[in-house]
Design a binder for this molecule. Structure first.
Ligand code: ZN
Length: 292
């Protein structure tokens, strides 16, 4: 079986042909420019590839309400050229096959529970900490959608006593994205994440905020596991700092977080940054199944 998969991010779009075992048969990369430049490139990639379905895991916010007239549209994104762009219809029209559509981070959690180390789990939360912060919640074996795009990356946090940075979120200041994203690190320290490798205070603050995030998500969703992905999590040793700080902040409150469970509870992605594209393929597979 050949399934087309699109992982659409704000700077690049990965296109791939994937089989039902999660093996990537072909892969390409397209820069995210304007829709007029980029959409034809996506279509060109898949032409003649004999795909049976297509799945798209897309940067957001996006309209996921199937009853809505703008289902499959990108909404008020910071990528201004893409606001109100209909991502789905041109692909459906071109290929005439089932097309699944969801958020990039929902794609990542779906990739991990289908093909990764969380395979078979029914309650898993995926957090991505990059330029922004996003979350995908897989609960009771389905992706959580709600009545609109959930925005758990904007939960407010208690500020670290040593931190006087106002926060980079223009809506909330001190939310998770405002204090702990890559943009926040750049804003606070005037340096990129990679240039901060020796700044212990920077990572102490980061672990403090991410541990609060882990506790908040644990108390809300009680998942079997929380996966932490995104560029910031590539920092060596950060996951260990977050685990330690999570144990301290939880202080024995939730039984899900203990010294015995933490290594299995809080993990990095297992699919070598292919979780998003593989999850997109799962969206395609599901769309195919729905068509019967
Ligand atoms: Zn915010």
């Amino acid at each position: 079986m050949r399934i087309g998969a699109v992982e659409a991010g704000g700077t690049k779009i990965i296109c791939a042909v994937v089989n039902e075992k999660g093996e990537i048969l072909e892969r390409g990369r397209i820069d995210t420019l304007t829709p007029d430049e980029t959409m034809p490139e996506i279509i060109r990639f898949f032409r003649g590839k004999e795909i049976e379905a297509l799945g798209v895991a897309c940067f957001g916010p996006i309209d996921l309400n199937r009853e809505s007239e703008t289902y499959g549209y990108i909404l008020k994104t910071t990528k201004l050229e893409w606001i109100d762009h209909d991502f789905l219809t041109p692909l459906k029209k071109e290929f005439g096959i089932p097309v699944g559509f969801d958020t990039d981070v929902n794609g990542s959690v779906l990739g991990e529970v289908t093909f990764g180390s969380s395979r078979g789990m029914k309650d898993v939360v995926y957090i991505t900490i990059g330029t922004g912060v996003g979350m995908g919640v897989y609960t009771g074996g389905v992706l959580l959608h709600g009545a609109a795009h959930p925005e758990a990356g904007h939960i407010r946090l208690t500020r670290h006593p040593k931190d006087d940075y106002a926060g980079c979120c223009k809506y909330h200041g001190s939310c998770i994205e405002g204090l702990a994203s890559g943009s926040a690190m750049r804003g606070r320290w005037k340096k990129r994440g990679e240039e901060l490798s020796d700044n212990d205070e920077a990572w102490e603050l980061e672990a403090f905020y991410l541990a609060q995030t882990v506790c908040d998500l644990t108390y809300t969703y009680a998942p079997q596991r929380i996966i932490m992905g995104g560029g910031i999590m590539h920092k060596d040793g950060l996951i260990s700092m977050v685990k330690k700080e999570t144990l301290r902040q939880n202080d024995g409150y939730s039984v899900l977080i203990s010294a015995d469970t933490i290594d299995d509870y809080l993990v990095l992605p297992s699919l070598k940054d292919d979780q998003g594209i593989l999850g997109a393929a799962v969206l395609g597979l599901e769309a195919l199944k729905e068509m019967g």
